[in-house]
Structures are given as structure tokens and as C-alpha cells.
Design a protein around this ligand. Structure first.
Ligand code: ATP
Length: 593
């Protein structure tokens, strides 16, 4: 019953472990076993000491103690008892120190497994690409990156180690009892094995279905909370707080029910096995009382049985708990194994250090694209963007503007055609170098909960930020005056998701970020309506300043005025270039239609 799951789990874990961890696992097993032996010895060492202290003639009566007494050359029983007590005390202290060291080794082993897989998954998901992120629940992704590896190492692997360790201990105990009185083992086998089997069969599937459902439920709870917190304003304005709260409560209700069941399943083995042991003692005692004439042997047997049960019970119990854990956390293995297999296929995403020279133009050549539903979104686009030019892109909603930009940024790969910089065609191999040329300012700039300087120098440790470069970037983005007036200047924190900034200010942080990174091409997705007229003028002016700095601009425009300094304006319709306008030939009506 349990054999298959134990062997298959060991096999599957072994397959996904890197070689260094495989070796370590053996060491951890040996240490754990050593620890258990020490624990048993520690327990065993106390009894003779107590016996001797209570009964001095025990030294002379016991074969082993009198042997030790004579070999060690003691002449006084008291001195022998004191020395023995000191010896046991030192042994117990050393055993406990060793035990702590082993616990530390085991913890650092399982935690390093967690670290390894979590870090592995972080890179793996980053490689999954833009469309994957767009279409998958971020809570599930974060759970797969963090909680699954944590549960894998702290619950599955730990339980497996505990299981193997406990099994070895149990075998030792059983051998001990077997040597003492084989009949006790027969009694134990008759009562424990069937109970263990029935119990395991009845809870194993429940345990795993509970854990599987909790694993599905947790990202949903996260998603609903995330949506209602970040959508606070919309939730309030649409009066839908109760709707989100109800979903939250329904999920919580289910999760608490499952967790309560899980607790019962965790505790059930202790209670059932304990009851079985007592039932065994009572049944045998009753049998003796009712049917046997001479009960003295039976009383002795029952005492030993009770003592054996007392030793075996916790061990069997831990074995069962570990087994339930192994079954319950199988899903972590599913996730990690699947990811590991896929990763082998996808591992070869090369990072090129090649620097792409850009002196003449960016060219979009005969570019076509369709999403998975195959409906063409861009068809045979041809465009030349000379260095230093500012090009506007307009078109109705759904005409393909964002898709074109996402291809240009390398988030989507064209089905046909290509993008080139001077004579270099952009491919997945040189994408990293190409991106070094580009700065992207989104409609809703992603702002870190950090200072203005850290936001401008995005992803650079605070101590390594070039502050004069930050100031230059802020100046070019018409943001320096505002920033210098803040209490801590450019070192002022701007709140979670830039809550202390206006929409326009966030966009200018985005522009400054692109300038700081040394971008030669700025792709600017103009905010639709968040900006007031004054801010809009300022942004348009910073766009002008940037084009004067010879920065090539590509602007997805929703407003007429933003296009004022554009050299050409491309109008997209149904994925085709419908027309190329100049600013003067374009009326505000054409843009808004
Ligand atoms: N991930 C996707 N999967 C399938 N179809 C998509 C996906 N993203 C966009 N589309 C479709 O591609 C077409 C072009 O969308 P795109 O976002 O490029 O338009 P847009 O011009 O940027 O629109 P807007 O101005 O509203 O942002 C639309 O028909 C859209 O439904």
C-alpha cells in the first residue's frame, strides 16, 4: 500500500534533484538516523541510573553493571553511582548538542532545496514570456514560485525523511522486542498492522484531495483580495464591496472547513492507534480472566505488551503522519516535476552581449502577426524610423497599436517579417542588446515603493545610483523642479505604486527612467485621459526636448497635441497601415474618430 507511494516519491524526487543535493540527502538520512539512535540511547540511559539510585544493590545484582564496576576498578559503590550519573549527564548534554546540530543540518538541507527550486522557478516563469503573464493568474504564479517549493521541501521532503527514519527506528525497536519476547510482536502485528492499513487506506485519498483543493483555493483567495484591494476605487464606486466580500467569505468558509478536516486527519492516527492498543490489552485481559486458569504468565505478557506499545505507538504514529504528509503534498511534486521537464526543453535562452550599433534607422519589414486564435492582427507592416525622428502611431481601439509596440519591445515575436536596427535583424538571440537601446514609458508606469531616485534608476542598488545622472534624467522629463521641492528632494519615497504622485508625474518618472538607462529610442504609450492640460503641455514639451536630444521617439498617441512635434504619424486600421499623416494634415477629429 505505502510501498508504491514511498518508492515512487523517492524516485521522482531523486530525478528532479541536482546531483549535489542527491549526495546531501544521503548524509541527512544518516544523520537523522544517528539522531534517533542517540535519542533511544538517551532514554535507555536514564532507567539504570534511576534504578541504581533507588536500589543500591542493583549494581551487584546486574551482570552488566557489576562487570563495569569491576573493569573500571571502582572500590566504592557510591563513587561508581556518582561517576555513572555524571557520565550519563555528560552523554545527555552531548547528545542534545549533537541533536541540535543535526536539526540544523536537516533544516538547512530542506531550506536550501526550497531556495534552489524557488530561485529556479523565478527564472523559469520569467522565461515563459509576455503572453503567459498576461493570461495567467499572478497569484498562482507567485504561489508556484514561493509556496510550492516551500511545501515541497518543508512538507514533502521532510515527511519522506521522517518516514524513512521512523521506519528504521521502528525496525530496531521491533527487533529489540522480538529478542525479548516474540509473542509480544505477534500481538503487536495482529493489532497494529491491520489498523494501520485500514486507517491509511481510509485517510490517504482524503488527505491528498484536501491538499489539492487547498492548493487550488489559495491562489483564488489571493486573486480576489488583490483585485478588491487594488480595485478599491472601482469597488467603492460600483458598490460591489459586498460582492467581493462574499467571494472572500465563501472561499474562507471552504478553506477553514478543509483545514479543520486536515487537522482531524492529522490527529486521527494517534487516537485510532491508541484505541487499538488499549482494545488489545483489554481483550487479552478479558480472555485471560474468562478462560484461563493460571493468569500469571498473561499478566507478565500484558505488562511487556503495554510497555512495547508505549514505545511503538509514538513511532507508528509519526510514521502514519509522515505517510499522510507524503500523500497530501504530492501535488508539489506534480508542479515541480512538470516545470523541471519543461525547463530542460526551454533552458537554452541565450543572452547575447553583442552591442547593436544604431546610427541610421529602425526598420519594420513586411511584419505580420496573429495571436493563438490565428486572426491576423498586423498584416505586412513596413515602416522606417530614422534616428532622431519622432513617429506617432494612431488608430482606433483594437487596430493593433499595442501589438506592434509589443513586437518592437520583443515581448511578442513576429510570425512573418522582422525588425532591424541599421543592418542587424532583431532575433531572440540579440534581444537583450536591442532592449538596451529602448526605453518604454507605459500608460500606467510601474512605480516601486521606493524613492524618486530609486525609481528613476530602476533595479540599481541605492548605493550605486549616479545621482547627477538621475537629476539630468528628471530635468529632461520636466520633473526636477517638482522633485526638488519635496521634503527629501529626489530621496523622497513615493508610496506604494506611486500613490503620492499624479498620473502625469508617474509618466514623467517613466520618461526619466528611460533616459537614465541610456535609451536611444523611447517608446511612449501616452496616457488616454489621466493628464490635465498643464501636465499634458509639460509632457509634450519634454517629448520635444527629448527629440532635440536626438532621442528617437515612437509615440502611441491618444491626443492630438502630443503629436505636435512628430515628423510623421502612422494611422493603423485593422492591422494595416491605412495612411501616413503629417501633423498639419491631421485634424483632431481624425484622431478621435
Ligand atoms: N493576448 C491576446 N490574445 C488574443 N488576441 C489579442 C490579445 N491581445 C490583443 N488581442 C487582439 O488583437 C487586436 C489588436 O489589439 P491591440 O491591443 O494591439 O489594439 P490597440 O490598437 O492597442 O487597442 P487599444 O488602443 O484599445 O489599446 C484586438 O482585436 C485584440 O482583441
Amino acid at each position: 500500500m505505502s510501498r508504491n507511494i514511498i518508492f515512487s516519491t523517492i524516485q521522482r524526487i531523486y530525478n528532479i534533484l541536482p546531483p549535489s543535493f542527491r549526495k546531501q540527502s544521503l548524509w541527512v538520512m544518516v544523520l537523522l538516523f544517528l539522531n534517533s539512535i542517540l535519542e533511544l540511547l538517551g532514554l535507555a540511559a536514564i532507567f539504570p541510573i534511576i534504578t541504581i539510585m533507588l536500589q543500591e544493590n542493583a549494581v551487584t545484582e546486574s551482570k552488566y553493571l557489576s562487570m563495569a564496576y569491576n573493569i573500571l576498578g571502582f572500590t566504592s559503590i557510591k563513587a561508581f553511582i556518582v561517576s555513572l550519573a555524571v557520565f550519563v549527564l555528560v552523554f545527555i548534554i552531548l547528545k542534545n548538542i549533537a541533536s541540535l546540530l543535526i536539526i540544523r543540518k536537516q533544516a538547512s538541507y530542506t531550506l536550501s532545496l526550497y531556495k534552489y527550486f524557488s530561485s529556479h522557478l523565478f527564472s523559469y516563469y520569467y522565461r515563459k514570456g509576455f503572453l503567459f503573464f498576461k493570461s495567467n493568474n499572478p497569484n498562482k504564479i507567485t504561489r508556484n514560485i514561493n509556496s510550492i517549493p516551500s511545501e515541497f521541501s518543508n512538507s514533502l521532503v521532510s515527511n519522506l525523511l521522517n518516514f524513512i527514519n521512523e521506519l528504521l527506528i521502528l525496525i530496531l525497536i521491533v527487533i529489540g522486542i522480538l529478542l525479548y519476547d516474540p509473542l509480544v510482536i505477534v500481538l503487536l502485528l495482529v493489532f497494529v498492522v491491520p489498523i494501520f492499513g485500514i486507517l491509511y487506506r481510509s485517510v490517504k485519498n482524503k488527505a491528498s484531495s484536501i491538499q489539492n483543493e487547498l492548493n487550488e483555493l489559495n491562489p483564488k483567495i489571493g486573486k480576489n483580495m488583490f483585485q478588491s484591494i487594488y480595485g478599491y476605487v472601482d469597488v467603492q464606486m460600483t458598490n460591489t464591496e459586498l460582492y467581493f466580500k462574499k467571494i472572500h467569505d465563501t472561499y474562507l468558509h471552504r478553506a477553514t472547513l478543509l483545514k479543520a478536516k486536515d487537522k482531524v486527519i492529522q490527529q486521527a492516527p494517534t487516537k485510532v492507534i491508541e484505541s487499538a492498543m488499549i482494545a488489545a490489552i483489554v481483550l487479552v485481559a478479558l480472555y485471560g480472566t474468562l478462560f484461563l486458569e493460571n493468569q500469571s504468565h498473561l499478566t507478565g505478557l500484558l505488562t511487556i505488551f503495554a510497555l512495547a506499545a508505549y514505545r511503538v505507538l509514538p513511532s507508528v504514529n509519526r510514521l502514519m503522519i509522515a505517510l499522510i504528509g507524503i500523500k497530501g503534498y504530492q501535488y508539489t511534486l506534480e508542479v515541480i516535476t512538470q516545470i523541471n521537464q519543461e525547463e530542460v526543453k526551454e533552458a537554452a535562452v541565450p543572452v547575447s552581449e553583442q552591442i547593436i550599433p544604431f546610427q541610421n534607422e529602425i526598420k519594420i519589414s513586411d511584419l505580420s502577426f496573429a495571436y493563438d486564435n490565428k486572426k491576423p492582427v498586423l498584416q505586412h507592416i513596413n515602416l522606417s524610423i530614422p534616428i532622431g525622428a519622432s513617429i506617432g502611431i494612431i488608430g482606433r481601439s483594437g487596430s493593433g497599436k499595442s501589438t506592434l509596440i509589443n513586437i518592437l519591445l520583443g515581448f511578442l515575436y513576429p510570425k512573418e517579417g522582422y525588425i532591424s536596427v541599421d543592418d542587424t535583424v532583431v532575433t531572440p538571440d540579440n534581444l537583450q542588446s536591442f532592449r538596451k537601446l529602448i526605453g518604454y514609458v507605459q500608460q500606467d508606469v510601474y512605480v516601486l515603493d521606493a524613492t524618486i531616485a530609486e525609481n528613476v534608476a530602476f533595479g540599481i542598488p541605492a548605493s550605486e545610483i549616479d545621482l547627477s545622472k538621475v537629476e539630468h534624467a528628471l530635468k529632461s522629463a520636466s520633473m526636477l523642479t517638482f522633485a526638488s521641492q519635496l521634503p527629501n528632494g529626489i530621496h523622497t519615497r513615493i508610496g506604494d505604486r506611486g500613490s503620492l504622485l499624479s498620473g502625469g508625474q508617474k509618466q514623467r518618472i517613466g520618461i526619466a527612467r528611460a533616459i537614465y538607462s541610456g535609451a536611444k529610442i523611447l517608446v511612449f504609450d501616452e496616457a488616454t485621459s489621466a493628464l490635465d492640460t498643464q501636465t499634458e503641455i509639460e509632457i509634450t514639451e519634454s517629448i520635444k526636448a527629448l527629440s532635440e536630444e536626438n532621442i528617437t521617439m515612437l509615440i502611441i498617441a491618444h491626443r492630438y497635441t502630443t503629436l505636435k512635434y512628430c515628423n510623421a504619424i502612422i494611422e493603423l486600421e485593422n492591422g494595416l497601415v491605412k495612411q501616413v499623416h503629417s501633423y498639419d494634415s491631421l485634424s483632431e477629429k481624425a484622431l478621435s474618430s
